[in-house]
Design a binder for this molecule. Structure first.
Ligand code: ATP
Length: 308
């Protein structure tokens, strides 16, 4: 595995003695889009604040581009663009003036960087308007513009599509994908919009109650999500015997249907084994694989709720 853009090791943060983030080991690969998911209060914002050095951990470590945080904060933040929670603007100044202040803070000499950032988020025409007149979506897009000014190596977004309409959600998705491909930028993006993350992310990390429940690719999560199919065969007794031998969970119902629970690959293996034995499936209900990140995520959260 190549060098990680961000790594957390046993990261723990407590508020008033209660852990919001617990023993978290995130591994964000270099130059990829990493979707950071979890229910309300799971600890996503807290984690992003720890990664950017806005909060100090109670235990564990954070490394950004191999550098320890928060000790390397100045160095790391100079190469990071982050939008965590609501963007803060000078409301009485124009969009261009706001961005120009940020440009100078980032020590970007090229004044054209402001126009490029305005263009990227479609605010060229509104550049001369005071930010207090902006809609929620426009203010959010201006927040995204700040993060792009200095062509950072790492972009961190907490709910970046807040207040954006569907057209702008799509445009921002395209922008982030292009940025990642063109400049090799690593992007961490926390969102509740699972279809967005499904289309954007190369890898995802899912947390619940401050703990990691999954880290890997979206197909990887779909592949480990158990599904249930109901089958009726021409020899239910022989089918049940064979399925049990495959080590897959089965149940009968009153209608003589066999319900089989397993991951997509296990269910495929069961069907192949039945076929190889000459047992024919006469009727099949349910799905042997989930189709979307949303379904896989809901199943993961359901399992988390049943074990906690
Ligand atoms: P959401 O999806 O709702 O934005 P989140 O995953 O970003 O949630 P956090 O904001 O990190 O979750 O909160 C994690 C937990 O820490 C929650 O229980 C929250 O109430 C608590 N928490 C967050 N900030 C503070 C704070 N400043 N003081 C005390 N508790 C806090």
């Amino acid at each position: 595995m190549g060098e990680l853009a961000v790594e957390t090791v046993q990261l723990t943060k407590k508020y008033s003695g209660i852990a919001a983030v617990k023993d978290l080991n995130l591994k964000v690969p270099q130059g990829k889009i990493y979707g950071f998911l979890g229910p309300n209060g799971a600890g996503k914002t807290t984690t992003l604040r720890l990664i950017t050095g806005l909060l100090k951990a109670d235990a564990g470590k954070v490394f950004v581009q191999g550098k320890p945080m928060p000790e390397s904060r100045l160095d790391v933040l100079a190469k990071t663009g982050a939008l965590i929670e609501k963007p803060a603007h000078y409301e009485h100044l124009t969009a261009r003036e706001n961005l120009d202040i940020a440009r100078r803070l980032y020590h970007v000499a090229d004044t054209a960087a402001v126009d490029r950032a305005l263009k990227a988020v479609g605010l060229e025409e509104a550049a001369g308007k005071k930010v207090k007149t902006f809609s929620l979506g426009m203010a959010q897009r201006l927040g995204i513009a700040y993060t792009l000014l200095h062509q950072p190596e790492l972009l961190i977004y907490d709910e970046p599509t807040n207040g954006l309409d569907p057209v702008w959600i799509h445009k921002i998705r395209t922008l982030l994908k292009d940025w990642c491909t063109k400049y090799g930028t690593t992007i961490i993006i926390s969102s509740h919009l699972l279809s967005e993350i499904g289309q954007l992310a190369d890898e995802i990390g899912v947390i619940s109650e401050g703990r990691l429940c999954y880290q890997g690719t979206v197909p990887g999560l779909i592949g480990k999500t158990e599904c249930v199919i109901g089958i009726v065969t021409d020899d239910q007794i022989a089918a049940a015997d064979l399925i049990r031998k495959e080590g897959v969970v089965i149940q009968w119902d009153d209608d003589n249907t066999l319900f089989v629970t397993g991951t997509p690959s296990r269910l495929q293996a069961v069907k192949k084994a039945l076929k190889d034995k000459g047992i024919h499936i006469l009727n099949e209900t349910g799905k042997d694989s989930v189709d979307s990140l949303e379904e896989a995520y809901l199943s993961l959260m359901n399992n988390e709720a049943s074990v906690s």
